[in-house]
Design a protein around this ligand. Structure first.
Ligand code: SR1
Ligand code: MG
Length: 415
């Protein structure tokens, strides 16, 4: 059904990756010296791929990462085949993102089309943002960085900037049906019906069943799904949750764009905001001290507000480049408002799938005490529902935050 694997394709292992790297040393801009001792470890903790870190034994700063696509979904196994060609999409997307936003995109050394792998910069001074947020760490520059990344990568690949022919050629180059189908199923469909793959914990079932019986929620989610499937607005990352972001105090990098395709901008912005609200919900129980909880939540909601304003500011610079005859002020305002509404609706979908669906997130599913996990999950579901159903009344990002922060957990059930 998928393109055949190239004859030389083989999944790498810790025992074979070093020989592979040695055989390609001339493509690594001198990171490693010929024949020097190297070390490697497999560190992939995502749902799909193998990830290796390789470094020089006498200098761990000389290091690269190899990300290799398997011909199936790692989380599930060989029973769920998946095209390894997604590594090509990821390499192309990294190339585009680096062109428009090099300060927030890892450097790629090369893409190997025979092995479906990418060799890239090892972000060894950064951590996965989700892990930092779980610990309650604040990233003071994140809102500025991600706002710039979103505006540049989305704006510069939209019809506002690309000429009519290039845009269509780019849409074709980024056709990504199988990974889009994962999202269509796991994000927009399965959480709202009874399916084998849903993986919520049983204590939260009454709320899940209520959501699955909620006609208004179904209708609005179906609109979001249709928009995801049909609105080729810009080259989107397609999986921009806080596990796809590497951060430290001063820098931010966006990784893992294998789900990239031409879709609605709000899906990326919503992914970031939805994941910040998942963290917000998790700190209902992860931060028992009320003052610390309020302080960290203020950081999260300020980040949501600030990143949107940075996005708007940077997007304005793009509007300033385009033909003012075609793009009157009223149209610009309407465009940005539609992106805000999509952000709320898509962010809601990204939240609720992480509670109900197959692939959860550590922020919530990592809460050991089941009572506490239920409280956080219940709050996340209620924020998601409110963002979805109330999105069209929102005029500003502050409205969005007000809707989310007015929510409370329904758990423990009172009747
Ligand atoms: C089967 S893949 C599950 C999820 O992992 C990825 O990170 C995407 O979010 C996808 O939906
Ligand atoms: Mg990923």
């Amino acid at each position: 059904m998928f393109k055949e694997l190239p004859p030389n394709y083989r999944p790498l292992e810790e025992s074979t990756v070093i020989d592979y790297v040695r055989s390609q040393a001339d493509r690594l801009n001198g990171v490693f010296r010929t024949g020097e001792p190297l070390e490697a470890v497999e560190v992939g903790d995502g749902n799909l791929n193998l990830v290796f870190k390789i470094w020089a034994q006498d200098d761990p700063e000389r290091t690269v990462v190899i990300k290799q696509a398997l011909p199936y979904v790692r989380l599930v196994g060989e029973s769920w085949p998946m095209p390894a060609d997604r590594a090509r999409i990821e390499a192309q997307a990294l190339d585009v993102e680096y062109r428009y936003c090099p300060q927030h995109t890892p450097r790629v050394y090369y893409f190997d089309p025979e092995m479906y792998l990418i060799v890239m910069q090892n972000l060894n001074h950064h951590i996965v943002m989700r892990k930092g947020l779980i610990q309650g760490i604040k990233y003071p520059h994140f809102a500025e960085h991600i706002g710039v990344f979103l505006a540049k990568t989305l704006g510069m690949t939209s019809d506002l900037v690309l000429d009519y022919r290039t845009k269509k050629e780019e849409v074709a180059r980024f056709i990504n049906p199988e990974l889009c189908k994962i999202t269509e199923d796991l994000v927009f469909t399965e959480p709202y019906r009874k399916t084998e793959r849903n993986a919520y914990h049983k204590e939260i079932e009454p709320q899940v069943l209520a959501f699955q019986a909620d006609e208004a929620l179904h209708v609005e989610m179906a609109k979001m799904k249709e928009k995801f499937m049909t609105h080729a607005q810009a080259l989107i990352h397609g999986d921009l949750h806080t596990g796809s972001i590497m951060v430290n105090e001063t820098e931010t990098f966006v990784i893992d764009p294998e789900f990239a395709f031409y879709g609605p901008m709000g899906f990326d912005i919503g992914a970031v905001i939805g994941n910040l609200f998942l963290s917000y919900a998790s700190h209902e129980v992860r931060s028992p001290d009320p003052e610390k909880r309020a302080d960290f939540r203020r950081y999260l909601t300020d980040t949501v507000i600030d990143l949107w304003h940075v996005f708007e500011r940077e997007f304005q610079a793009i509007w300033d480049q385009v033909d003012p005859m075609d793009m009157p002020k009223g149209y610009q305002e309407d465009y940005m408002l539609r992106v805000l509404h999509d952000t709320a609706g898509m962010g809601a979908a990204k939240m609720m799938r992480r509670i109900i669906g197959l692939a959860g997130v550590e922020d919530i599913r990592g809460i050991e005490d089941v009572e506490e996990r239920s409280i956080a999950a219940s709050l996340a579901l209620n924020i998601g529902r409110a963002l979805l159903l109330e999105r069209e009344q929102m005029r500003t990002i502050e409205d969005l935050v007000e809707v989310a922060t007015a929510c409370k957990p329904t758990y423990p059930w009172t009747d």
